[in-house]
Design a protein around this ligand. Structure first.
Ligand code: URA
Length: 210
């Protein structure tokens, strides 16, 4: 597994406002959207392309086009939904699948309650969206499932990562074609499984506490 921490002043600026407890939900949603678009630019650096011949008003030349099958973007419900528009802004022709996963707040284990995506992902590049890489349980379960379905490489786009979660992913997904792209690698997890300093509960901050 490769870890890529995106080092860019605009990412750092937007992330700092996102972390601030005074930032309200509408602003949090907008900043998440903007941040994901910046992360998506880095996350898609290795998206597969083909060379194509195109005709400009002046000449025939060689251009670049995304390969088929198109990439699949998979937000993990609920909080990953807040990242979908930011990602598909740069990949408008991607297919979108959905994965509903919930973590037990006591055991911190992830379980799947909804899956909506093609059974066969052979030859597909997949981008998984989940704002917080905390214990790593959810992302490990999601990525294993995608690779079992045939995905050739998986990139997880997260806003924040905890070192503990990165370590779990490195151990559980060793040797697999997986990349994590994050806006920051934070200090640690606290006893409740929250990332420190973090930004709190991403789902609650995106959508309120409903
Ligand atoms: N999920 C969140 O929303 N926040 C954390 O800090 C950890 C997991």
């Amino acid at each position: 597994m490769r870890l890529h921490v995106v080092d860019h002043p605009l990412v750092a600026h937007k992330l700092s406002t996102l972390r601030d407890e005074r930032t309200d939900s509408p602003t949090f949603r907008r900043l998440t959207d903007e941040l994901v678009t910046l992360l998506a630019y880095e996350a898609t650096r290795d998206v597969r392309t083909d060379e194509v011949e195109i005709t400009t008003p002046v000449a025939v030349t060689l251009g670049t086009r995304l390969s088929y099958p198109r990439p699949l973007v998979v937000p993990i419900l609920r909080a990953g939904l807040g990242m979908l528009d930011g990602m598909t802004r740069l990949l408008p022709t991607a297919e979108v699948g959905f994965l509903g996963m919930v973590r037990n707040e006591e055991t911190l284990e992830a379980s799947t309650y909804a899956t909506r995506m093609p059974d066969d992902l052979s030859g597909r590049q997949v981008y998984v969206l989940d704002p917080m890489l905390a214990t790593g349980g959810t992302l490990v379960a999601a990525i294993k499932m995608l690779i079992e379905r045939g995905a050739t490489d998986v990139t997880a786009v997260v806003l924040l990562a905890a070192p503990e979660g990165v370590e779990v992913m490195q151990r559980e997904l060793a040797g697999l074609p997986v990349t994590v792209v994050t806006a920051a690698l934070d200090e640690r997890l606290n006893e409740n499984g929250y990332i420190v300093p973090g930004l709190g509960d991403a789902g609650d901050r995106l959508y309120g506490t409903a």
